[in-house]
Ligand binder design. Structure first.
Ligand code: ACK
Length: 570
């Protein structure tokens, strides 16, 4: 959406300012909500954000006779638009009582204020050295004043005026650009329980209804269900549970994800509703994403989307990643399987963990240095010497682009991890997916620059994708079919006569034609699909004779070797 251009003041009291505004000139979609940021003039480090579905709000709890700066932005399913320009409004001065001696009043006000401040500072110093956990908001606010560099506050409270409004206060004690928040590693907390309650709301188990199991996570089942918080609408949610008999470390790692997720607030980052830690099972509750993981979703809907829809998905992921990199968070496991997609095709980055990347991703493999890394998605410098940065996330983003444009194809197909490392080191890169706009493939190649400083930054990627979306004809030029060195399984097949045009032809050539029907019935109807077959799949298809299994797997293996030659030298 374009920025909100006109904002009008409504009722003003000594503690509140009411505002109304017009919908942006170019909403570019349905406006889902507005975000209103305000702060006292010249106090930008401490600001408040209110979210509202209406075009009016009342900011209350303000100081009398003070000037406040307001900025508003709108959000559609595609994300936030730019903030409006700054609008300044002043609260009314303290009402002067009809006193016989009015000249005394300012003096009394000043004295009382000075007295309160002095008292506060004294209490603050006393408390900061002793008790004061995160629960005593008054004391910890004082502590924030006393020790700005040690404290970061993110309170959350429901605005009183409108049930549709949500209000957040940020007090950023870190020395940073105004308004930019930084990710805090929950490891820096001595007590991980404190971290989780700092960043996540505790939810009562009675507010949650579990409906069905939708998958398995490393720590236990993932379920779908409903969340009904008092005074709020019932929400569909996903619930991750921690299986019984967990160790203290497992509990810490499990809740670590909530401590990370709870620090983020962005339309392309999976939203944390809260955690259940006071009863068992321990749970993490997030927004529900109807279409599940992006990789599975794309495989199920092969060829079903327009290029603009695919680029829209990529734009969302890039925008979420820009937010994470701005916050100083490096994901390390960006892959289509870790992106969730909802019924509006909005993609959100998920799967945040501490050592999790090293534990629960089936794609992560042990390297010679002992770390566990999802090789196919990881930049060479991160594999070689664990240099994980936002630039290595950009490399992974290029792989996600490739996965999206090829509808969930496995990067580097069935090449072994060792072959992938070698090929990439030698300068080979994945070829363009079929029917891929040249501009997008060029962007992928840019993300896979060996020199990490030469890779684009996430904000550049977002701008580039925005440009392409605004000018769809720029997506019409596809990578030239003859220069597109694809996974030329067919053209490069070394077995028998060379090119196999169909699965049937290939199976006949290796004298396994009897399995053609079963392959076709089970979705292995193209040579690309066949390339994914594993021994386990063969068993499942009923190929039980070891001799036949060997024949098929060997033939596939030979073709895979050829795939390396199908990659593009830079
Ligand atoms: O591909 P899926 O259906 O999407 O299977 C996996 C499974 O749980 C294990 O991770 C699904 N899943 C995880 N988080 C969510 C969520 N927030 N909304 C919907 N599905 C989810 C994921």
């Amino acid at each position: 959406p374009s920025p909100v251009s006109s904002v009008k003041k409504g009722k003003i009291t000594k503690n509140s300012i009411s505002l109304s505004w017009q919908e942006p000139d170019r909403p570019n979609g349905i406006i889902l909500e507005y975000e209103i940021k305000y702060f006292e003039k010249d106090q930008e480090m401490s600001y408040t954000i209110i979210k509202s579905k209406e075009t009016t709000i009342t900011a209350d709890g303000l100081k009398p006779g003070a000037v406040y700066v307001f900025q508003i932005r709108a959000r559609t399913a595609a994300g936030y638009g730019g903030f409006s320009r700054r609008f300044e409004f002043e609260t009314s001065p303290v009402s002067v009582a009809a006193s016989s001696d009015q000249s005394q009043i300012p003096i009394i006000v000043v004295s009382v204020t000075v007295g309160v401040i002095l008292l506060a500072v004294v209490i603050g110093f006393l408390l900061s050295g002793s008790c004061c956990d995160h629960g005593c908001g008054w004391a910890s606010s004082l502590r924030a004043v006393a020790y700005p560099s040690l404290t970061w506050r993110c309170g959350y409270s429901k605005a009183k005026q409108d049930p549709e409004e949500e209000k957040m206060h940020f007090h950023n004690g870190h020395i940073k650009l105004p308004g930019v928040r930084t990710y805090i590693d929950p490891h820096t907390y001595e007590d991980p329980n404190q971290a989780v309650h700092e960043f996540a709301k505790e939810i009562e188990a009675s507010c949650i209804t579990i409906e069905r199991v939708i998958g398995a996570g490393e720590f236990g089942e993932v379920c779908s269900g409903r969340l009904k918080l008092q005074g709020k609408r019932e929400l569909p949610v996903a619930i991750k549970t921690l299986k019984v008999g967990y160790t203290e470390k497992q509990r810490r790692d499990f809740l670590g994800e909530a401590s990370i997720m709870g620090q983020f607030d962005h339309p392309n980052i999976i939203h944390l509703e809260g955690v259940v830690t006071k009863s068992k099972p321990v749970m993490i509750v997030t927004e529900y994403m109807e279409n599940g993981s992006l990789d599975t979703f794309l495989k199920k809907n092969d060829g079903q989307f327009t290029v603009i829809q695919l680029v829209g998905m990529l734009r969302g992921i890039a925008s979420g990643m820009k937010y994470l990199s701005d916050m100083g968070y490096v994901h390390r496991d960006l892959a289509a399987r870790n992106i969730l997609i909802n019924s509006n095709l909005v993609c959100k980055v998920s799967d945040f963990g501490l050592s999790r990347v090293l534990e629960d991703d089936p794609e992560a493999a042990y390297t010679t240095r002992g770390g566990k890394i999802p090789i196919r998605w990881t930049a060479p410098e991160a594999i070689a010497f664990r240099k994980f940065t936002s630039a290595s996330d950009v490399w992974s983003y290029g792989i996600v682009m490739w996965e999206v444009m090829s509808y969930g194809e496995r990067p580097y197909w069935e090449m072994t991890n060792q072959d992938v490392i070698k090929a990439v080191e030698e300068g080979y890169r994945l070829p363009s997916p079929m029917d891929c706009p040249a501009a997008l493939y060029q962007l992928m190649l840019d993300c896979w620059q060996k020199d990490r400083n030469s890779r684009p930054k996430f904000d550049e990627i977002v701008s580039m994708l925005d440009k392409l979306i605004r000018n769809p004809s720029s997506l019409k030029t596809l990578v030239n079919a003859s220069s597109r060195v694809s996974n030329l399984l067919v053209e490069h097949s070394p077995v028998g006569s060379g090119a196999y045009r169909s699965v049937g032809e290939w199976l006949e050539a290796i004298k396994m034609g009897r399995y053609t029907e079963i392959f076709m019935e089970n979705g292995y109807s193209s040579m690309d699909a066949v390339a994914q077959v594993t021994l386990e799949d063969l068993r499942r298809l009923g190929v039980t004779l070891v001799g036949h299994q060997k024949k098929i797997m060997n033939s596939l293996q030979e073709m895979k070797v050829q795939l390396v030659n199908g990659m593009v030298p830079l």
